[in-house]
Design a protein around this ligand. Structure first.
Ligand code: SDX
Length: 428
């Protein structure tokens, strides 16, 4: 097969190179298309457009598989831990013992935030959505750590990335505590990453906090499942923001902004609210009918995916994790889980969902799991963003390699008025 794609415009034919990856679809390199043909491509939503070359995560949408640096994600969720996955995504290999000790200790040294940030929180109403606080506070970190915002300096890039993966759980827990009116809880560096986040969220000064190992393990798996996912909306947002040379904290805060939407990371909150609204398995048929009705904007939240046209592998792990947590609290007949499983069964046997290849995605079971662990729905997307920070930073680091970064600047198909003369008011 030729390594070139041919495009014929009028009686002219143009060649464009076909590039093959290590696995997955090849690409047609159209970077010279405008120069050669005076035409742009048009692909709203980027359904057929690759934005970059990347070696971090590979998703096989047809087989329903996902790989972090070549390792199957579901295997890593069972056998590894989140901080080790951060190292893998950032540096491309699982750490040796020496590398692990250095990395995990370094992260522990950055878990506290500047005390002045506590004052920053006071500007928010107690009922402010914690994602609003995260968007603001993550960007504000650039004002507190001006010694690590120069993206041209590899050492400052290293420090800012480690600061964010260490401090974002602290900020997330502070946002949760602030909404409760409870005092902030400082990090405890004798604990591992997920245990520390649990204690910052649920410990209170009045009592000795006991780590629930089942919950901590479940949370660590949830972090791993959410760590990265190729060029999704929030990762692409971070890449585009960072391409202008914006500082690392401001660039990562744009990831939280994009993730917040209900079509993306906000779907876990929306999915749980939907399950609560359905309330009982007897109400499922009317919601399936609404989801299929083209005139009704209602969609089954936690269902469907741009890339997975088979079962989202993360949803399978999440369902097992959900059972573990519900067994731990003795709530094995959880009503929402019953509605979710019945909804899944009905939808997966319905022609509409089969034809459109709509399966449960990562957000379908995560809400039930997090809710059973004691997190309110408003914290679900915050937890997603906490985990995805590692992926956003992996892509951000990848962009900086070799100083080949170009500012992202898409073009358009202009459909507005043709150039015209200005008319004085008296003549309009
Ligand atoms: C995440 O990109 C990533 O990797 C994202 C993510 C990550 O880890 O970063 O995996 C995390 O965001 C998961 C997705 C969470 N979102 C939801 O669960 C919200 C509900 N899902 C839909 O909004 C939708 O499925 C999307 C946004 C996820 C995908 O949308 P696409 O790829 O643009 O597909 P589409 O909207 O064009 O849908 C194709 C068809 C449409 O019908 P037609 O116009 O062809 O007749 O399927 C229908 C849609 O109406 N459809 C649904 C549906 N999802 C799609 N119909 C009912 N319920 C749904 N959930």
């Amino acid at each position: 097969m030729s390594d070139n794609a041919k495009i014929k415009i009028g009686n002219k034919e143009f060649d464009f190179p076909i590039k093959k990856g290590s696995v997955g679809p090849s690409v047609i390199d159209v970077s010279k298309l405008y120069f050669k043909t005076d035409h742009f491509t048009l692909d709203p939503g980027f359904t057929s457009t690759g934005s970059c070359e990347s070696s971090i995560t590979y998703i096989d949408g047809d087989k329903g598989q996902c790989y972090y640096r070549g390792y199957p994600m579901d295997t890593l969720a069972e056998k590894s831990n989140f901080l080790e996955i951060a190292y893998l995504l950032w540096y491309g290999e699982l750490p040796t013992k020496i590398e692990w000790d250095e990395f995990s200790n370094a992260i522990k040294n950055h878990t506290m935030v500047h005390e002045q940030i506590r004052v920053f929180f006071n500007g928010f109403r107690r009922g402010a959505h914690p994602m609003a606080i995260m968007v603001a506070c993550v960007a504000a970190l650039s004002a507190f750590y001006p010694d690590s915002i120069n993206i041209k300096d590899p050492e400052q890039r290293r420090i800012s990335a480690r600061r964010m993966v260490a401090k974002i759980p602290t900020l997330a827990a502070m946002a949760f505590k602030y909404s409760l009116g409870q005092p902030f809880v400082y990090p405890d560096n004798t604990l591992d990453y997920s245990e520390n986040f649990m204690q910052m969220c649920f410990a209170v000064p009045a009592e000795k906090y006991k780590i629930n190992k089942v919950f901590a393990k479940a949370l660590d798996k949830i972090f791993i499942l959410h760590a990265d996912h190729e060029q999704n909306a929030s990762t692409s947002t971070v890449r585009l923001a960072a391409s202008s040379g914006a500082n690392p904290f401001a660039s990562i805060s744009t990831g939280f902004t994009s993730l917040w939407g209900p079509s993306h990371g906000g779907a876990n909150e929306a999915a749980l609210n939907m399950l609560k609204e359905i309330g009982d398995v007897k109400n499922i048929p009317q919601y399936i009918k609404k989801a299929k009705d083209k005139t009704d904007p209602f969609k089954l939240m936690g269902f469907g995916h741009r890339v997975y046209k088979n079962y989202d592998p993360r949803a399978k792990v999440m369902q097992r994790t959900c059972h573990d947590v519900l067994n731990e609290i003795g709530n094995t007949d959880n009503k929402l889980l019953q509605v979710a499983k019945e909804l899944e069964k009905i939808a997966l046997n319905d022609e509409y969902f089969i034809e459109k290849k709509l399966y449960p995605n990562i957000d379908f079971y995560s809400g039930i799991t997090l809710s059973a662990m004691g997190f309110p729905t408003a914290m679900f997307t915050v937890i997603f963003g906490l985990a995805r920070t590692v992926g956003w930073l992996a892509h951000w680091k990848e962009m900086m390699i070799g100083n080949k970064m170009k500012i992202g600047r898409p073009r358009q198909l202009y459909t507005g008025p043709n150039p015209r003369e200005f008319k004085e008011l008296s003549k309009r």
